[in-house]
Design a protein around this ligand. Sequence first.
Ligand code: PLP
Length: 302
Amino acid sequence: MPLHINTPLLESLPLSRLNRTQVWLKMEAMQPSGSFKIRGVGHACEQHYARGACRFISSSGGNAGLAVAYAGRKLGVPVIVVVPETTSERARHLLRLEGADVRVQGKNWAEANLMALSLLEQNDAFIHPFDDPLLWEGHASLIDEVVAEGVRPDAVILSVGGGGLLAGVDLGLRRNHLDIPIFAIETEGMASFNAALASGQPIALPELTGVATSLGARQVCQRAYDLTREREVISLSVSDKQAVQACLSFLDDHRTLVEPACGAALAALYESKIAVNTMSNVLIIVCGGSTSTSASLHGFKG
Ligand SMILES: *Cc1c(COP(=O)(O)O)cnc(C)c1O
């Protein structure tokens, strides 16, 4: 039994009407850990567990850490999550709810990550948030589910942080023989994928800014860049304000609260940034996220 669930594939009438095509929502926000991350993280944790791992270690104070904590609880494996001081009280609380041992260390992610790596002992597994083929393999299952329901999209829209979701969706499309474009959406302050395309290789952004914290990888993984040589990937950015507004519209339209990281992808359709009216079926990955609340979305001042 995998640790993720088979999520609903819903038709969005509001987004279909607005964009003059048929828009399908892959509802990863319904996953038990609140985002798609449990697909890849769950797969990685199961593999490590089968090979004898006795402890899982993560340095993500976001949805990847939550997925590791969930996987550990389900498999009966202790989990340590090292997070920097900047991690919100809410995120720490959610991690503790899942039973993780949360250690606060360092002023930023790099410092917390060093601390997490220093804890590694013989039978520990370190679970990376995006740069691991085991993760991509797990994420790919979401495309298998869409195809199993009889939908063969003409394009996929998704958010990009470190590029793990992108790499997984590419793999899923590949193994289902779907040679279609992917629209890769970021917020302007977190546009590390766009920077990689512009530079001809993954490069580190000097700084990350804005509300879409789950997209906050300074540099995308090599695989996310390399796959652009084999498939059409169109990079687009939206503003923080557009991402938050898309979350609020989606909450009203589909009764589901998601993070601005997910709102970024939704904004591409709410703001009609992509010409999809010549396509029959468009798939958007509603990647989810647990760290926002209705108050934090309403409180955003852009
Ligand atoms: C992790 C995450 C992303 C970005 O995924 P990457 O694999 O890092 O590109 C997008 N949205 C949410 C809600 C996430 O948790």
